[in-house]
Write a protein that binds this ligand. Structure first.
Ligand code: UD1
Length: 417
């Protein structure tokens, strides 16, 4: 089997172009089965799963031309087979996406049950239940699921998914597009890939409204026709390269992406210290945030004791600014220091302990840790904190914190808070 040998430690720098979304190209290719006319898809990524999906279409009897590497011209005029066979389903679960189109156009479809896979059992019961609601009969015949539309055509229905399922939603969108009457899907998946599929189907003549929201309305039509469509950029590949820039401390221009599709990821990464600039609507410039203030390092470390997983914090400004780490460890944090890098594993339950503040921001870190620890924490030498935070006790108390200053110095205005 192939291997990667990686020698790390080099900041990645340069420009890369994002490819088409695998998870959009897969259902879009399946959708070509809905019509006898030619559907041309551009920006189909050249990846293994799509080679498999293309093979499935060809096995069924469709003609697939690739005038260019990433353009697929599919004509599913002479479909002779109506099944996704086991050898394909077992390598790629998304071959179940052939079911909806086959059932809707030909009134029959067969698929081997996907069985287990590396990320769980991943059943397709919700797909099958939805097909039944659209009027199909579904039975298990020697390891294969066989679905049939008794009148040769499916009927529109109200389908409320118990669980949000991406390929399930896509299968129903495709099936309902050729069904008799109206289908309402509630609790639908809302991913950008769903919107992309809806856009293609509508270009083919389908009548789908509400894609990208939890409720979709699909008015079935008699037949669908040919269309041209360009697959959206892959948002997961985009996110992966953003992380590559951040994790190596490099600077990458990520081109041909759609930042709107990964707003939540951008937001999280930005707050974790990644600098992401939108150079234009399809280009992001990513670097590790040069301005993550060293003065926030200690507080961030306290937060990371509560975060799921391992965080690495590198202090590049002050070589000895990890004094708070040993105090956090006394409270139960899992922190290892090596040179100027602290590795924090979380989440850990912190427990109160007598601890000593070593500098201004370290004191803030310890106060934050104490706020989430069980029991009492006594923080000594808080004169450090007084250097930089105005009435911190009063402010925290006003937010509901149980904190008090134990003092023999009367000259403080915090007591009455
Ligand atoms: C799709 C994506 C995959 C992504 C996943 C979640 C494609 C080709 N793949 O997978 O990359 O990780 O969405 O965003 O688009 N479930 C059932 N019964 C069903 C269907 C699903 O119990 O009939 C469960 C699954 O086991 C899982 C959850 O529902 O726990 C969501 O799965 P689903 O959204 O269907 O994932 P996929 O569409 O397979």
């Amino acid at each position: 089997m192939d291997k990667f040998l990686v020698r790390g430690g080099r900041p990645l720098k340069g420009k890369i172009e994002i490819g088409g979304a695998k998870n959009s190209a897969l259902p879009c290719l399946a959708a070509t089965l809905l019509t006898a006319e030619t559907v041309t898809l551009h920006n189909v990524p050249y990846v293994k799963d799509l080679i498999t999906q293309r093979r499935l279409l060809e096995d069924l009897g469709a003609t697939v031309l690739t005038p260019e590497l990433r353009t697929h011209k599919v004509t599913a005029k002479n479909v002779q087979l109506f099944e996704a066979p086991y050898h394909l389903v077992k390598t790629m679960r998304a071959s179940v996406l052939a079911l909806g189109p086959l059932l809707a156009r030909f009134g029959q479809a067969k698929v081997s049950l996907p069985g287990g896979c590396a990320i769980g059992t991943r059943p397709i019961d919700l797909h099958l239940k939805a097909f039944e609601q659209l009027g199909a009969t579904v039975s298990l015949e020697s390891g294969d699921v066989v679905a049939r539309a008794p009148k040769g055509r499916l009927t529109g229905a109200n389908i409320a998914f118990e669980k949000v399922t991406v390929t399930g939603t896509e299968n129903v969108m495709m099936a309902a597009s050729l069904a008799d009457g109206k289908t309402i899907i509630s609790n639908a998946a809302q991913e950008p890939e769903i919107e992309d599929l809806a856009e293609l189907l509508n270009k083919m003549g389908a009548r789908i409204k509400g894609a990208g929201t939890p409720t979709m309305e699909i008015e079935g039509v008699e037949a669908l026709g040919g269309a041209q469509h360009t697959i959206i950029p892959d948002r997961i590949e985009t996110g992966t390269f953003i992380v590559a820039a951040a994790i190596t401390g490099g600077e990458i221009e990520v081109k041909g992406c759609n930042p709107d599709h990964i707003r939540a990821v951008i937001k999280e990464l930005t707050s974790a210290g990644v600098d992401i600039e939108e150079l234009n609507p399809s280009t992001l410039l990513v670097k590790r945030y040069p301005l993550f203030p060293t003065d926030m390092q200690a507080q961030y470390m306290a937060l990371m004791t509560q975060a799921e997983g391992t965080s690495k914090i590198t202090e590049t400004i002050f070589e000895n600014r990890f004094m708070h780490a040993s105090e956090l460890i006394r409270m139960g944090a899992d922190i290892h220091i090596s040179g100027n890098t602290a590795t924090v594993s979380g989440p850990r339950k912190l427990a109160g302990a007598p601890i000593i503040a070593s500098d201004l921001r370290a004191s803030a870190s310890l106060v934050l840790a104490a706020l989430c620890a069980s029991g009492e924490t006594l923080i000594d030498r808080v004169y450090h904190i007084d250097r930089g935070y105005e009435t911190i006790v009063r402010k925290l108390r006003s937010l509901g914190a149980d904190i008090e200053r134990i003092t023999d110095n009367l000259a403080t205005d915090e007591q009455g808070a």
